[in-house]
Design a protein around this ligand. Structure first.
Ligand SMILES: *[C@@H]1O[C@H](CO)[C@@H](O)[C@H](O)[C@H]1NC(C)=O
Ligand SMILES: *[C@@H]1O[C@H](CO)[C@@H](O)[C@H](O)[C@H]1NC(C)=O
Ligand SMILES: *[C@@H]1O[C@H](CO)[C@@H](O)[C@H](O)[C@H]1NC(C)=O
Ligand SMILES: *[C@@H]1O[C@H](CO)[C@@H](O)[C@H](O)[C@H]1NC(C)=O
Ligand SMILES: *[C@@H]1O[C@H](CO)[C@@H](O)[C@H](O)[C@H]1NC(C)=O
Ligand SMILES: *[C@@H]1O[C@H](CO)[C@@H](O)[C@H](O)[C@H]1NC(C)=O
Ligand SMILES: *[C@@H]1O[C@H](CO)[C@@H](O)[C@H](O)[C@H]1NC(C)=O
Ligand SMILES: *[C@@H]1O[C@H](CO)[C@@H](O)[C@H](O)[C@H]1NC(C)=O
Ligand SMILES: *[C@@H]1O[C@H](CO)[C@@H](O)[C@H](O)[C@H]1NC(C)=O
Length: 574
């Protein structure tokens, strides 16, 4: 289950029993990643720098099971500082492993650093990507599977095979030149990507593609596709010619099964669908087509792969399978509303996902977050409530740990319910009430899709709408079976409302998943602090903690406490 935190407490006893019965059989998974910039891998036949992991794009699959410990020793052989983040992995009580600019000092070129995180109480499909310096535009992404433990029932028959499929937009330019061009003339920079990749490969039949993605299937068998949009900007409509898809999971939640001809996958989202090879033995198109983009004006901007039946000999010809009108947002909104949590199925734990629902929750906080663009002192930026996040050194989490936050950021200066009259930079850190329910309303005043992600949590997606949000619209919310996920789309000129239960102490990034927006300031941090200094609470940093800025190891007295001393909370000073 993604994150019905409250639920976790209510069922603590049941869980203890379950562990007792099932045995605690989590394992440690050790990975070594050599991260380099490669100019030979060429997703398209152009010379451009591509970030690879052990020579691969996408990077290697992280194939974990619920509660496993994943150790990733990252060797940065690039010429720039690097961090990875684990999209949708909750890092329970351990934002030290989250790998974003507010929680970790970057891994310097020529150095290595080992992440250790647990896939605690999670199951489902996720992905990782490099989080700073606009690196995601150059690759470095890869799939994460969190498999269910053997003792937990899964609400569908075991598929013949599982396929990870990372789809996303891609630029022909080097990420360094896009990065610098964009920072200067954002408004003029259209930022329309050049091509759509599938698992790092160009579209079938495209003149500039060197290879295309294909999947072999056997007639009569059923396959699970784990699809993630790892791109920078474009929402994609995904479909497989002549085949229907049965939606089963999104970002760690089993959904009510619905049968679809096509599925909108927004930037940063992950889904699982079942596809049965029930057609004649032949070859079929797999298509990922951008939303809100005129296919006639950008004919090459569509991802194309192939579904090949094992005995097929025919070459595929003919037009791509068509999908919904890319400008028909009603189609998209109505599909989004039909994606519901299956309340009676099991999850990562042997309890139904819906044991706890949000029908009766008392909200303790409400944030209304309006995203737009603005100029700040003549510099184009993206803003939330007219504040553009300014990245500080040392990271917020280290500032809390070593300096009680002082001198680095001021808590709660960010306006959580109103838009500043003047756009400005800010080190936006706001308090999230520990063990309180929060309502987040995302508003999008631009004419493009946006999508928002909350690290550390899943949220219950209770409503979508067009136009202005107002409190009375709460009566339109779906409080019965909202799906729990960690990335949600916000339609142009519209709003999206989510609930989250803040039971995971830490410093958590709340961001636009659109790379350009994130890179230019559309993010904030929610600081969820647990006053209880009992050692079972938030984890202390590991011994390998990287330091930087004014908390560089050399500039501080050596840490006095050995790691076996009582664990410190964010408020303590070393
Ligand atoms: C990492 O990859 C680069 C480029 O392929 C190679 O030169 C280097 O030797 C590799 N390093 C390790 C530790 O494998
Ligand atoms: C992933 O792990 C599961 C469980 O250990 C295993 O059954 C499966 O074969 C693995 N898949 C891959 C692709 O390694
Ligand atoms: C760097 O890699 C070495 C060799 O694998 C390992 O022993 C060491 O712990 C790593 N350093 C960090 C900070 O993770
Ligand atoms: C929900 O899950 C249960 C248990 O696996 C299953 O029997 C039921 O068909 C599912 N409901 C839907 C609508 O998918
Ligand atoms: C799919 O099948 C073809 C023909 O049998 C084979 O050449 C190819 O390697 C297979 N591809 C995969 C990904 O298994
Ligand atoms: C799409 O582009 C074509 C060619 O540029 C143009 O004729 C058509 O009107 C456009 N359609 C829409 C819906 O904008
Ligand atoms: C919600 O509250 C009402 C009245 O207090 C109660 O009857 C109902 O069972 C509660 N529903 C859930 C799902 O807890
Ligand atoms: C740390 O900061 C908080 C709020 O800014 C303050 O209440 C607390 O007293 C400080 N703790 C120490 C040890 O200085
Ligand atoms: C945001 O700031 C800009 C100037 O920096 C101002 O023009 C705009 O009206 C502000 N937005 C709102 C909604 O107040």
């Amino acid at each position: 289950m993604a994150s019905a935190g409250h639920h976790r407490d209510l069922i603590a006893y049941a869980t203890l029993m379950a562990i007792f019965v099932a045995g605690a059989n989590a394992i440690d998974i050790f990975l070594e990643w050599n991260v380099t910039v490669d100019t030979t891998i060429k997703p398209v036949s152009l010379d451009q720098p591509v970030i690879t992991i052990n020579g691969m794009l996408p990077g290697p699959l992280i194939n974990a099971t619920t509660n496993d410990f994943v150790h990733v020793n990252v060797f940065n052989n690039m010429d720039e500082p690097l961090l990875f983040t684990w999209n949708g992995i909750e890092q329970r009580k351990n934002s030290w492993q989250d790998g974003v600019s507010g929680t970790n000092c970057p891994i310097q070129p020529g150095r290595n650093w080992t992440y250790v995180f647990q896939t605690k109480d999670q199951v489902g499909s996720f992905f990782y990507f490099p989080s700073i310096n606009f690196h995601k535009a150059a690759g470095g992404f890869g799939p994460i599977r969190v498999n269910n433990r053997k003792v937990i029932a899964v609400p569908f028959p075991k598929p013949e095979a599982e396929f990870d499929l990372l789809i996303g937009d891609w630029f022909y330019d080097s990420y360094k030149s896009i990065r610098s061009e964009m920072a200067i003339k954002l408004m003029a920079f259209q930022g329309i990507p050049d091509i759509i990749l599938m698992n790092g490969k160009g579209p079938y039949g495209h003149q500039i593609a060197r290879a295309h993605e294909s999947f072999n299937v056997t007639r009569g068998k059923t396959y699970r596709f784990r699809i993630s949009n790892v791109g920078t900007a474009l929402s994609l409509n995904f479909r497989i010619q002549n085949h229907r898809m049965v939606l089963i999971e999104t970002e760690g939640s089993y959904t009510n099964r619905i049968t679809l001809d096509s599925l909108d996958v927004h930037v940063g989202q992950s889904y699982s669908v079942l596809v049965t090879a029930d057609q004649n033995e032949a070859t079929y198109y797999i298509v990922a087509a951008p939303k809100l983009l005129n296919n006639t004006a950008f004919p090459g901007l569509v991802g194309v792969g192939l579904l090949c039946y094992s005995d097929s000999t025919t070459q595929i010809t003919g037009p791509l399978t068509s999908g919904p009108d890319p400008f028909d947002l009603d189609f998209s909104v109505s599909q989004a509303k039909s994606i519901r949590w299956n309340m009676t199925t099991g999850a990562a734990r042997p309890n139904p996902q819906g044991t706890f629902n949000v029908k009766n929750v008392t909200l303790s906080q409400n944030f209304i977050l309006q995203s737009s663009e603005a100029e700040i002192m003549g510099v184009p930026r993206y803003v939330v409530n007219n504040v553009s996040y300014y990245t500080v050194d040392p990271p917020l989490k280290l500032a809390d740990h070593f300096l009680n936050g002082s001198g680095v950021y001021q808590l709660d200066q960010f306006p959580v319910k109103s838009v500043n009259a003047e756009a400005a930079y800010g080190v936006s850190v706001v308090t999230g009430n520990h063990r309180g329910w929060i309502e987040l309303v995302f508003k999008n005043s631009l004419d493009a899709m946006n999508s928002w992600h909350f690290d550390g949590y899943g949220f219950y997606v209770v409503g979508f709408g067009y136009g202005e949000w107002a409190p009375e619209l709460r009566k339109t919310y779906n409080l019965l079976d909202p799906v729990v996920r960690s990335t949600v789309q916000v339609y142009p000129g519209g709003w999206t409302a989510v609930y989250s239960y803040l039971d995971n102490p830490g410093m958590w990034n709340l961001r636009s998943q659109l790379l350009k927006h994130w890179y230019l300031g559309q993010e904030l941090y929610v600081r969820v602090h647990d006053d209880d200094s009992n050692r079972a609470k938030e984890q202390r940093p590991h011994d390998n903690l990287l330091r930087c800025g004014i908390v560089e190891a050399d500039s501080l007295p050596p840490a006095s406490a050995p790691s076996s001393s009582p664990r410190r909370t964010g408020q303590d000073i070393d």
